[in-house]
Design a protein around this ligand. Structure first.
Ligand code: NOJ
Length: 549
């Protein structure tokens, strides 16, 4: 089956299923749940970083790229997982965190002890004459992006946490190390790779940032990034025709993504981009709240769909991941219309052009965590910003409200399997609190209800396999100015598909295009949808019409 027909499921291993009662998810836990994933119909599992790591940033601070963190299991467990997945027609995608390593990585340890070879693996710079950091850049997790090392009298760059030191991709030895790591996992039969913030690997000039003070203009989609990706492709995954890759692109452009993922670019198969997930950032600030801007959301998604299609490049499609709040709480209504709005969001996304990703728990409508105590938060970014917002004079009440909407921990609570203690995730003490609604929102309940969100996802995933128009059709936006409706058309040869979604909990009137008159309904989130030319869409009503002429 072609990649365009496949759906990927994302597992956050720490929170998926714990088989040994230590409160952490593990690989044996995942193996137990493979039948469930096969039933959902997905064909790839992307695992968040699960290599040896001090876990300052939950695995995105890698200390050994070739070893599974023992808390997840052994290499034998990993090999067993690959075999069991393969039996179920499921491939594995691993997370390559190549912009930085943990400061506990052997390379960094050698570097700070003065080994010149390894110092050149990282980005060390002298401070300014007055001793201040080389530039004014800010870390994405708050605070300065440079850390001083007294013994060397130099600073090293860390765009993320102080324990995540940026690698120096200008150094050919670093680039070869990265290709070797990919090849190591390829030799274990892995075909899928996700590359963490990979558009930040090529730093440009080291200057003070006069505009945003964060420096991103100097290292985002940097001067040699395309060259480096082509080289990595040529030396590693590009040698495997079956490979499937996705690059996580921070604050990027369509123009660059066309180059990253264009059909003949020889870089990556696809890209994750985030513009559509910033439409509720007030003044573009993650930690300032506002209601999402629907017209902007629609405009951005349409723009990316068309821009990538015109250049034959490929998007990853997603609402949720381990860094984002839960979509049903964010763009839907998790209180009044949890089922309808979760299904609407799924339909809207899964019928687009690109590869859909389902983040664990999304398929049963898991919501934000709504934690009420800072002790419940585990995420380094959330804790940093709790302190930063406090120092800016915000009240705790206000800060809790912001974290309840924005914290990455909203996505990281344990998978809700059943209504038993700890939602069936663990027999021990979970590493992070559960979301309290698990007695109602859980896999057992979802499987017992023929009308559940789970079966809606199952159907959408199947539809992509069945209808070429979903996997490969042309994308045309409809109702672009409508204040409530997100609609589009897909066409391929003699096939036509219309996707209509009411994004709000209030009804609205639309005039369907004439072509819809005799079309068949493939899926809907109401059991009695009737597509008539002038129709009132009910709260979050969403359906797909199809015809083959
Ligand atoms: C993006 C990852 O998705 C996120 O979880 C991580 O904190 C940063 N990259 C840094 O590696």
């Amino acid at each position: 089956m072609k990649h365009s027909h496949k759906t990927v499921y994302q597992i956050y291993p720490k929170s998926f299923c714990d088989s040994n009662g230590d409160g952490w998810g593990d690989l044996q836990g995942v193996i137990r749940k493979l039948d469930y994933l096969q039933m959902l119909g997905i064909e790839y599992i992307w695992f968040n970083a699960m290599f040896v790591s001090p876990q300052r940033d939950n695995g995105y601070d890698v200390a050994d790229y070739r070893m599974i963190d023992p808390r997840y299991g052994t290499m034998d467990d990993f090999e067993q997982l690959c075999q069991e997945a393969k039996k179920r027609n499921i491939d594995i995608m691993l997370d390559m965190v190549f912009n930085h390593t943990s400061t506990e990585h052997e390379w960094f340890q050698k570097a700070i002890h003065g080994d010149e070879t390894y110092k050149n693996y990282y980005i060390f710079r002298k401070g300014n004459a007055d001793g201040s950091a080389p530039t004014n850049w800010q870390s994405k997790f708050g605070g300065p992006a440079w850390e001083y090392v007294e013994s060397l009298d130099e600073y090293y760059l860390h765009l993320y946490d102080v324990t995540q030191a940026d690698l120096n991709w200008e150094n050919p030895a670093v680039r070869q190390e990265m290709a070797d790591i990919v090849n190591y996992w390829r030799s274990k039969g892995v075909h899928g790779f996700r590359f963490d913030v990979v558009n930040l690997i090529s730093k440009g000039s080291f200057e003070d940032d006069p505009d945003h003070f964060d420096g991103r203009q100097f290292y985002t989609d940097g001067p040699h990034v395309h060259e480096y990706l082509k080289e990595l492709n040529e030396r590693s995954f590009g040698l495997d025709e079956a490979s499937m890759t996705v690059g996580e692109m921070s604050s990027t452009t369509i123009e660059n993504c066309v180059r990253y993922s264009g059909a003949n670019a020889h870089e990556l198969s696809s890209v994750f981009t985030f513009h559509h997930l910033k439409v509720d950032y007030k003044n573009k600030q993650k930690w300032s709240l506002m209601n999402f801007d629907f017209l902007e959301l629609k405009q951005l998604l349409n723009q990316w769909q068309i821009g990538m299609q015109e250049a034959n490049a490929w998007n990853a499609l997603f609402w949720c991941n381990h860094d984002q709040p839960r979509a049903v709480s964010r763009f839907g209504d998790d209180k009044k219309y949890p089922k309808q709005s979760a299904k609407m969001l799924a339909t809207c996304l899964h019928c687009m052009r690109g590869t859909p990703y389902v983040y664990q728990g999304e398929e049963i409508g898991m919501t934000n965590a709504y934690f009420t105590d800072i002790q419940q938060y585990q995420d380094v970014e959330s804790i940093n910003f709790f302190n930063i917002l406090k120092s800016l004079g915000k009240s705790e009440q206000e800060i809790y409200h912001i974290l309840q909407e924005r914290s990455r921990d909203n996505a990281r609570t344990p998978m809700q399997w059943n209504d038993q203690p700890n939602a069936g995730f663990t027999d021990g003490t979970p590493w992070i609190s559960l979301t309290s609604n698990y007695p109602i929102i859980n896999v057992n309940n979802a499987l017992a209800d023929p009308d559940s969100i789970f079966y809606h996802y199952q159907k959408l995933i199947q539809m992509r396999k069945t209808y070429d128009v979903i996997a490969e059709g042309n994308y045309v936006p409809l109702f672009e100015e409508h204040l409530q409706v997100f609609a589009y058309k897909r066409t391929l040869k003699n096939e036509e598909l219309y996707v209509i979604n009411n994004f709000y909990g209030s009804p609205c009137l639309i005039q369907l295009p004439e072509a819809c008159a005799d079309m068949k309904i493939l899926i809907s989130n109401y059991s009695d949808t009737k597509a008539v030319d002038e129709m009132t869409l009910r709260p979050y009503e969403s359906f797909v019409l199809y015809q083959s002429k």
